[in-house]
Design a protein around this ligand. Structure first.
Ligand code: PMT
Length: 402
């Protein structure tokens, strides 16, 4: 019998795409049960959804008084995965506050399966701090929030808020049901920037949000790995169920990464470590007329290089290269001089890749294999590719003749 996916549909214009999404989920071998809110049925016909899925569309909590079943619990218990697409600001607010006032919210409150949320709304609504806070809360609780696409919106505005295409959503949903192929693996992920203090009020840092490293943690955790995240100050909330070691400076990051390194199978160094730090940290606030004369910078240790020197034969080291020019040449130098197994090159001059974006465009470089150039994809997608390659390297290292 095929696994069941709950498809929660709420009242946004993108609901018109949901019969196509249901069709794709069915093609992936899932039995799709649709739960639509009343508002959703203004945008999509229950007849289309019932015809595509072969199942009755669930909407009303109080349907048949003669039927003693507790339908919302039965639906919740039957689900291997749930996806809310499109997810309006309203459903996001309700789910993040535990409100259960209709068929969809009561079912999701009772569901223990992975839940994918696909926000879809006007760009200003999406960027509203209340909506962002609610989404962060859902992420922290383990829900999978898919970043909306940018572009022309039905309301006439342009910006981030478009529901991702049904193909992307279906891919993500089915990946959650995929095998737990990383069970038994122990990983360190570094993420975010470091902050290098100059005095009591100032520090040197960079634009890393931590999204890339946190995406690696989320996918590694979902696939069954044990994850230790050593991270500078993050703009995103890491997934629950991992060991999160917050740090500030490169020196602190080095100390914690080296502490855990002997016990792990692989390290993924997505952090943007500051190359320099002020030589002296002043106690109070340094007078601005002394900055030119008194501030000198000193090099931070290169953590990746040190890991390359300490690496055992059965460990995999993944470095990143954030470049803006002569991308491949600069990245190849890093690969060859630091004893890295896999180097993930990203062009950080692009707005849809590198720092703070939800998507990335990467090229994988190896010492003994051809480079692989990837198309633009979500950071979760890049994370899955990195993890697949780590698995391949570990297998080869541990069974060189196999
Ligand atoms: O955090 P996001 O906003 O999602 O952005 C993602 C990212 C752009 C930060 C990420 O994809 C990325 O490229 N991370 C590496 C950034 C960087 O510092 O690149 P680099 O080319 O300067 O360093 C090369 C490698 O050496 C990196 O793996 C870095 O972690 C490591 N390094 C650098 C300096 C240092 N002192 N110690 C290190 O270990």
């Amino acid at each position: 019998m095929s696994a069941t996916a709950l498809l929660g549909i709420t009242g946004g214009i993108a609901a018109y795409k949901t019969p196509a999404l249901a069709r794709l989920l069915i093609k992936k071998g899932l039995n799709v049960q649709v739960i639509a809110t009343r508002a959703a049925l203004n945008f999509v016909s229950p007849l289309s959804l019932a015809t595509v899925t072969g199942n009755r569309v669930h909407c009303d909590m109080w349907g048949d008084p003669l039927n003693p079943s507790v339908e919302h619990i039965e639906l919740a218990d039957s689900a291997a995965v749930a996806v809310v697409a499109p997810a309006t600001a309203n459903i996001i607010a309700k789910l993040s506050h535990g409100i259960a006032d209709d068929m969809l919210t009561t079912t999701l409150l009772a569901a223990t399966c992975p839940v994918v949320i696909c926000p879809s709304m006007n760009v200003n609504m999406f960027n509203n701090p209340i909506v962002q806070e609610n989404l962060s809360k859902l992420s922290a609780l383990g829900h999978h929030v898919l970043a909306p696409d940018s572009g022309f919106l039905a309301c006439g505005w342009e910006g981030q808020g478009r529901m991702p295409e049904p193909e992307i959503i279906a891919e993500h949903v089915s990946s959650l049901l995929g095998p737990k192929d990383l069970v038994g693996l122990n990983l360190i992920v570094t993420a975010g920037p470091t902050e290098e203090p100059l005095d009591a009020v100032r520090f040197i840092t960079n634009r890393s949000s931590g999204k890339m490293g946190v995406a690696v943690c989320a996918r590694a955790k979902a696939r069954g790995a044990e994850v230790t995240l050593v991270a500078g100050p993050l703009k995103v909330i890491p997934p629950s169920g991992i060991r999160h070691i917050p740090v500030k400076t490169a020196l602190e990051m080095r100390e914690r990464v080296l502490e855990f390194f002997p016990e792990v199978d692989a390290v993924i160094k997505a952090a943007a470590v500051a190359d320099f730090r002020p030589e002296v940290v002043y106690q109070g606030k340094l007078k601005k007329d002394r900055i030119g004369s008194d501030v000198r910078l000193t090099m931070n240790p290169d953590i990746l290089r040190e890991l390359g020197e300490l690496k055992r034969n059965d460990q995999v080291l993944v470095g990143f290269a954030a470049e803006t020019q002569d991308l491949v040449d600069n990245a190849r130098k890093k690969l060859e001089t630091k004893n890295i197994d896999i180097l993930v090159l990203n062009d950080v001059s692009r707005t849809d890749a590198g720092f703070d974006s939800d998507t990335n465009v990467v090229r994988f470089l190896y010492r003994d294999l051809e480079d692989e150039q990837m198309d633009i994809m979500s950071k979760e997608g890049v994370a899955d590719l990195i993890l697949n390659r780590i698995l391949m390297f570990l297998k080869k290292k541990r069974n060189p003749t196999g």
